[in-house]
Design a protein around this ligand. Structure first.
Ligand code: FE2
Length: 293
């Protein structure tokens, strides 16, 4: 589908890197008003101790309050498997609507089964305020944002294009990092290749903001690149690599990857829009399905 891109609108983007999970959260501000959105927040967990804290989210809140901004949206590019979202904590303090792709329903169906969630776990995405369909638009102050469905890594993945900036989630990593894995349930390497082509069809000078960076080969952490740079240099899809090359490479590589350290708590929390599940007595509690993943 063709989306209309307004390259003359240049949102102010502030990045917050989480060292524990290599995640980058963003505050995206309208240059013409005090309105902003948060993209992909992080709630801190010490999984070994079962302890949750909010240092990362508090840093986002402190910046928004110090700058006197109004938070319109709390966006999840997808159901993350490597960190927990802080969306409800942010919403309680700053307001804003929590939005995710409508593919969340597929993710909830899959992992509702994996975690043997009862009928009280709704699989209709109703834990979120807004479910985006491909091409849906929404406003951040005076800016129009568009959500583009980019499945492959997960069924719910969306890239959010806001003016000349695109928040790519886990479709792409920096050019020397390549792309994200496609072996989670509902993932598909061919779909990811097609989704990446959608991102690469944006104007060459579009600023691309990554959700993760692991500093390959010892380089300093980076999170911003451009469409032109990805087309030229991305080690998995750049320089004219074919769809078949990508599928072959991605499938072989994924077979060797270990599960992300926080996948078990992340999925249980993130499929509930960042709420921690509770047991029958209302205590916050996480499960570990043995040999279930
Ligand atoms: Fe991810």
């Amino acid at each position: 589908m063709k989306v209309s891109i307004d390259m003359t609108t240049k949102p102010e983007v502030s990045a917050h890197f989480d060292e524990a999970t290599n995640t980058i959260s963003y505050i995206v501000k309208d240059p013409r008003s005090d309105h902003c959105a948060i993209i992909d927040s992080v709630m801190d967990i010490d999984y070994a101790a079962g302890r949750i804290t909010f240092d990362h989210a508090d840093a986002l809140i402190a910046e928004i309050e110090a700058r006197g901004l109004t938070l319109d949206w709390i966006i999840e590019t997808h159901v993350h498997a490597d960190h927990l979202s802080a969306a409800p904590y942010l919403q309680e303090r700053l307001g804003g609507k929590i939005g995710v792709g409508e593919g969340i329903k597929v993710v909830q169906e899959t992992f509702g089964k994996v975690f043997n969630e009862g009928t009280e776990f709704q699989r209709d995405g109703s834990q979120f305020d807004v479910l985006f369909k491909d091409g849906d638009t929404y406003r951040i102050g005076t800016m129009e944002a568009v959500a583009i469905h980019t499945p492959g890594h997960t069924p719910a993945c969306m890239v959010h294009v806001i003016g000349d900036a695109a928040f790519v989630g886990d479709t792409l990593f920096m050019p020397d990092g390549g792309s994200a894995r496609c072996d989670f349930p509902g993932g598909d390497a061919g779909d990811l290749y097609d989704s990446i082509q959608k991102v690469l069809s944006l104007p060459d000078e579009t600023r691309l903001f990554m959700c993760h960076d692991y500093g390959p080969n010892g380089r300093a952490i980076r999170w911003e690149t451009t469409v032109a740079e990805q087309k030229r240099e991305n080690i998995h899809v750049g320089g004219g690599k074919t769809r078949d090359d990508f599928i072959r490479f991605r499938t072989e590589r994924d077979a060797q990857l270990a599960m992300p350290k926080l996948i078990i708590p992340s999925l249980q929390v993130n499929m509930r829009a960042g709420e921690i599940p509770t047991d029958k007595d209302g205590r916050q509690m996480l499960k570990v399905p043995v040999n279930g993943l």
